[in-house]
Design a protein around this ligand. Structure first.
Ligand code: BES
Ligand code: ZN
Length: 617
């Protein structure tokens, strides 16, 4: 091709790619899980003015929404679920405020109800006066008994995936971003914290003000109210926890500042100024939640030896993958989680070395194999790109998004080489910051990165739109696990476990060790290994989780009281599900499960008890 023609073509391409996308079309999110129509009228800023009423277990107040109207639509639509709407006002740009007409539409049991509010060309702000329901899926109201300190109650929210609408009337889709501010009234003895600029200590009047300048989607709205204190880790990073836990938490999480620096070195500057972690009471249903500026985390990672901090690496990584570059809707969930697991392991590799991060990858690979068996190798739910229309987006929260997603990205890294791949990812985060991403848009970018040979070697189509795990999946290797396998093999038959060889094992090695036991293992084997290592008395939830599974399978009754204590105290769904599922397999087991569940259920977050209800119904 002639040089000037090539130049012309290239410039044309450049001009085309720089053209600002049409705001209108860009806002059409095609989100099957939101009733809102942001292409017609969209929320730009939320001022949330609320009270947390611990007596009635409700939040009430007003959501003040600055909106932008496109074209000449006559209404703005918000998502709500189980909210009572008391009244709606609108403010005109001239400042006049008056009552507006509104209507709650039909809706359904998954999505809730659309709230239609009449607007016109003068509408600047809509004010929705509302209350939540005690059954709101986002909210958990803890009694003092359910906290570490046993003296004060506690409230925590979990908005992802579509629960924000159960505590705020809002356009609840990941493709819609807004800034927010808030005024939150709480009992005087408690501290309120949000995914925003936070106070470091309680004040006398129990009224807290928050501001979040950066635009975020509704699933990152978060609030927690409790007896929390703050400890600094670095000048931009610290930890909140109940006072009796604070020192322990700070010690466990001291590597966080280093993680931020390692992450920044790889993929660009941390965009959210501060990074703090809130360690919640044990009923928090997840391991962690990447609420911007303030990760929410389970206390089950506070085990004394910093062995479970990859969870922090994970939530921190979401500050880029997820919070900066956000899946356009929940069908693209793997873009949030697959990228984050990939980034998590890169942070852990930089912090602790490749042999260490490979342990994490192997454990994940084992979990993925189980998930595949559960879902069925041919199931459409094993595609990276999902179709969750008509279903709860929680159905898409499986190891497919996390781990198949991870291995796909790792394959891409191995195909193009780390240096080139890192350059690509850094540019990806930078160019798409505060924007949404679809699978198709990402694949377009990949298309420009890979050579034709690389494309056919990877087989993108099979990974993204096909079922199961393609045969070219990378396979992680760790000498730290190879030695565990050798050890298990050496002593399993005779049961003469040599304790000096295991002295330096970390949590992951113990988990790997136990996972390698047959399912079910003979009761004598389980009793024998317990006599030596005392797993039944372990206080490490990762070890307890797998140990109790093995114990239940072997009908090793000595562990049953410990199983009960564990299930009554811990509400993290990942630990609950395998144990309840295991018990539900036999009639006696199910009886035991129901007995335990009667005590345990009141301690669980709605997200957890709704899942366990399914297993035991
Ligand atoms: N964002 C997720 C949690 C989530 C996903 C909540 C979808 C609701 C719907 C969070 O980042 C996460 O993945 N947490 C994991 C821990 C992680 C180390 C894999 C968890 O909670 O287990
Ligand atoms: Zn995640």
């Amino acid at each position: 091709m002639n040089k000037s023609l090539l130049f012309l073509l290239l410039s044309l391409l450049l001009v085309m790619s720089c053209k600002k996308p049409n705001q209108h079309n860009d806002l059409k999110t095609n989100d099957p899980h939101s009733y809102s129509k942001p292409e017609e009228a969209v929320v730009k800023h939320l001022f949330l003015d609320i009270t947390a009423d611990f007596e009635r277990k409700i939040i009430h107040g007003c959501a003040n929404l600055d909106i932008e109207r496109k074209g000449n639509t006559k209404e703005i639509i918000l998502d709500t679920k189980m909210l009572t709407i008391d009244s709606v006002y609108v403010t005109e740009n001239k400042g006049k405020k008056y009552k507006a007409t509104f209507r709650l539409g039909e809706g359904d049991s998954i999505l809730g109800k659309p709230l239609h509010i009449s607007i016109d060309e003068n509408t600047q702000t809509v004010h929705v006066y509302y209350k939540t329901s005690p059954e709101a899926e986002a909210l958990q109201w803890l009694t003092p008994q359910q906290t570490q300190g046993k003296k004060y109650p506690c409230l925590l929210t979990q908005s992802q995936a579509i629960n924000a609408r159960t505590w705020i009337p809002i356009q609840d889709g990941p493709g819609i971003r807004f800034s927010y501010s808030a005024m939150v009234r709480v009992p005087k003895e408690l501290l309120a914290l949000m995914s925003a600029e936070n106070p470091v200590q309680k004040n006398k009047d129990g009224v807290y003000h928050f501001s979040m300048k950066q635009i975020v989607p509704a699933y990152l709205m978060a609030l927690s109210v409790g007896d929390f204190a703050f400890a600094e880790i670095s000048n931009r990073c610290g930890v909140y926890a109940e006072p009796s836990m604070l020192e322990k938490c700070k010690n466990e999480l001291t590597e966080t500042e280093e993680m931020i620096q390692l992450a920044e070195k790889m993929y660009g500057k941390y965009a959210w100024e501060r990074y703090d972690i809130l360690i919640l009471p044990p009923s928090f249903p997840f391991g962690g939640m990447e609420n911007p500026r303030l990760t929410f985390a389970t206390p089950t990672i506070i085990v004394g030896d910093r062995s479970l901090v990859s969870l922090v690496a994970h939530e921190l990584a979401h500050s880029w993958s997820g919070n900066l570059v956000t899946n356009a809707n929940w069908n693209d969930f793997w873009l949030n989680e697959g990228f984050t697991v990939y980034f998590e392991y890169r942070i852990m590799e930089a912090l602790k070395g490749r042999d260490y991060s490979e342990m994490l990858a192997i454990l994940s690979q084992q979990e993925l194999a189980i998930t595949l068996e559960d879902l069925g190798e041919k199931s459409p739910d094993t595609h990276l790109k999902l179709d969750l229309k008509g279903r709860n987006p929680d159905d898409g929260v499986t190891d497919i998004a996390y781990i198949k997603g991870y291995f796909f990205l790792r394959l891409l890294e191995e195909t193009v080489g780390r240096e080139k791949w890192d350059g690509f990812l850094k540019a990806y985060f930078n160019e798409n910051a505060f924007k949404t991403m679809t699978t198709e848009k990402f694949l377009d970018k990949l298309d420009a990165l890979l050579t034709p040979e690389q494309k056919s070697a990877v087989n993108i189509q099979a990974w993204v739109y096909g079922p199961g795990i393609p045969a070219n999946c990378p396979s992680p290797k760790s000498t730290l696990f190879a030695s565990v396998d050798a050890y298990r093999q050496k002593y399993y038959e005779k049961g003469n476990w040599n304790q000096t060889e295991t002295q330096n094992w970390n949590t992951h090695q113990w988990v790997h060790f136990l996972r390698g036991f047959p399912s079910p293992s003979p009761k004598e084997k389980i009793a024998g290994v317990d006599n030596v290592f005392h797993f039944t008395e372990s206080q490490n939830p990762e070890i307890q989780g797998i140990w109790f599974e093995k114990a239940l399978q072997a009908k090793y009754e000595k562990a049953y009281p410990a199983v009960e204590t564990f299930l009554v105290n811990v509400g993290r769904r990942k630990f609950l599900m395998p144990l309840y599922k295991e018990m539900a397999k036999t009639p006696q087991g199910k009886e035991m499960a129901l007995k335990i569940y009667q005590k345990a259920r009141p301690n669980y977050h709605p997200i957890s008890y709704m899942s366990v209800d399914e297993v035991l119904k």
